[in-house]
Design a protein around this ligand. Structure first.
Ligand code: SAM
Ligand code: SF4
Length: 480
């Protein structure tokens, strides 16, 4: 069984597994077609929109048909070993394709590019081009190098790059919801995690460019933005890590203030954000959320483990008690706030007792959703260097299944609690189940399906939940 997420109306795998992305063609075409496939987290999908923007400016059109591609780029994920394996398999397919079409340019972007650098190019000979997450502006040059018969690499990590001036093209979006990257990189050193090595140092984006992007999206008809960062609570503009002002001439902005600035774009624009870090989530953020109706009552607060001993080994910077205090604070300011989490089972030295601590924490919080993973040792991380990956595979698996079972029970219970309640839903599109039904999400991020009537995506509508399963809420429109 793979790592599993219980989310909305279906069970999904959290690392999205290779989705081709497409949009309308450029103003002046260079006749070349780009096939761009993305893996992994929301951040990667958001980055792919920057990549597409950079190449569309150069005259490329995007295609979902790999047969007609001149350039194939895979935006990759390194977070767990199986994520990398999927990309390797895909690259092997493209290598075969190149035998029949030698002019095809195949490149790897993102975390695997950064982690493996020239390996994929020189040793495994799987690709022509390797570009790390901070090198996307350089892609046109790198592709030209490859077309000139060279192999091309740029894996330099930057302390400044935020792509703030690049207006991302919205790939495969529903025209209602969009992502906005507010920061890049991560300075936390969770001992299991490869992200600080693949995405570099943390840096925040100019808040004014974030507000402008939100305004532009709203003007185009979008009604929800999700602010993205590995640790949004440490967003800071003109502030040092200690919260001191860097340049007294300039205004300072922390995450709570940024939330407020975006919330003020328009009351009809919903705001979500991901990911919060328990060690940094402040009451100021919670108070700002409670103050603005258009900031959704939903927090993704990854716990990873319910055992303080394991959390210390993970270098997460908080204890079980601290985490519980943050949960209590959320409930105090927003009693109806939905909470989801990430859990890793079988981290180094985890005992059955530690695992029981995770299960009891889940019982305390009763999460709406959870993304659940078996620990996967990653090269160069602190855990790989310092600890033995000593929990047997069967124990990791058994614990994962227990965590999934518990989450399923909690998700069902949460959904049952929603039956009979009326929620404001932002309509995102036609349900996959039937053309006669629409789907949308409430503020708490639960997906609700209901009859179409005369309604359209992008509208807000009040829906009463009439029935549910562990994964789905079904509703009827409430007419005032
Ligand atoms: N920055 C976010 C945070 O701190 O919670 C999450 C970043 S990571 C892309 C998403 C999730 O992947 C983590 O919360 C963790 O549960 C999981 N993860 C990261 N490294 C892992 C590993 N080596 N093995 C298993 N799961 C891992
Ligand atoms: Fe990885 Fe921790 Fe940074 Fe999240 S906060 S990206 S888990 S190092």
């Amino acid at each position: 069984m793979s790592n599993t997420a219980l989310f909305g109306d279906k069970t999904i795998i959290e690392e999205r597994q290779g989705e081709a992305m497409e949009m309308e063609g450029p103003v002046a075409s260079n006749g070349k077609k780009l096939f761009l496939e993305s893996y992994g987290c929301q951040m990667n999908f958001s980055d792919s929109e920057i990549v597409a923007s950079v190449l569309i400016r150069e005259g490329y059109t995007t295609t979902k048909n790999e047969d007609e591609a001149d350039v194939v780029l895979l935006n990759t994920c390194s977070i767990r070993e199986n994520a990398e394996q999927r990309v390797r398999n895909r690259l092997t397919e493209f290598k075969k394709r190149k035998e029949n079409k030698p002019s095809l340019v195949v490149g790897v972007l993102g975390c695997m590019a950064e982690r493996l650098k020239t390996n994929l190019l020189e040793e495994e000979k799987l690709v022509d081009l390797v570009a790390g997450p901070d090198a996307y502006r350089d892609l046109p040059n790198l592709i030209t190098e490859v077309e000139g018969g060279q192999k091309a690499v740029n894996v330099l990590l930057s302390r400044e790059e935020t792509y703030a001036d690049i207006s991302p093209v919205r790939l495969d979006q529903n025209g209602v919801t969009a992502f906005i990257s507010i920061m890049r990189g991560c300075d936390n050193m969770c001992s299991f995690c490869v992200v600080p090595f693949t995405r570099g140092r943390e840096r925040s984006r100019d808040p004014h460019t974030i507000v402008e992007e939100a305004q532009e999206l709203f003007d185009k008809g979008y009604r929800e933005v999700t602010l993205l960062g590995q640790n949004v609570d440490s967003y800071r503009w003109n502030l040092t890590k200690k919260g001191e002002i860097e340049n007294p001439e300039k205004p300072t902005v922390n995450f709570a203030q940024l939330l407020e600035m975006v919330a003020l774009v328009d009351p009809e624009l919903r705001i979500r954000f991901s990911t919060s870090h328990p060690k940094d989530m402040t009451d100021e953020v919670l108070m700002t959320m409670a103050k603005y109706k258009n900031i959704c009552e939903y927090i993704h607060l990854p716990v990873q483990s319910g055992s303080t001993r394991v959390l210390e080994k993970m270098n997460r910077g908080y204890s079980r008690e601290w985490y519980i205090d943050r949960i209590d604070a959320i409930r105090k300011y927003m009693p109806n706030c939905a909470i989801s989490t990430d859990i890793i089972t079988g981290f180094c030295t985890e005992t059955d007792e530690d695992h029981q601590d995770t299960l009891s924490l889940m019982d305390y919080v009763q999460y709406e959703y959870a993304y659940m993973f078996k620990y996967s040792e990653r090269p160069k991380t602190l855990a790989e260097r310092k600890y033995e990956d000593d929990v047997p595979e069967e124990a990791k698996q058994k614990r994962l299944l227990e965590v999934i079972d518990k989450q399923q029970a909690h998700s069902l219970m949460r959904n049952e609690q929603a039956v009979g309640k009326v929620y404001e839903v932002l309509i995102e599109g036609t349900s996959k189940r039937s053309d006669d039904q629409l789907f949308g999400r409430n503020s708490q991020n639960a997906v609700i399906i209901f009859p179409k009537g005369d309604l359209q995506k992008g509208q807000y509508v009040n829906v009463r939940v009439v029935s549910c399963t562990a994964a789905t809420l079904l509703g009827e429109v409430v007419v005032d």
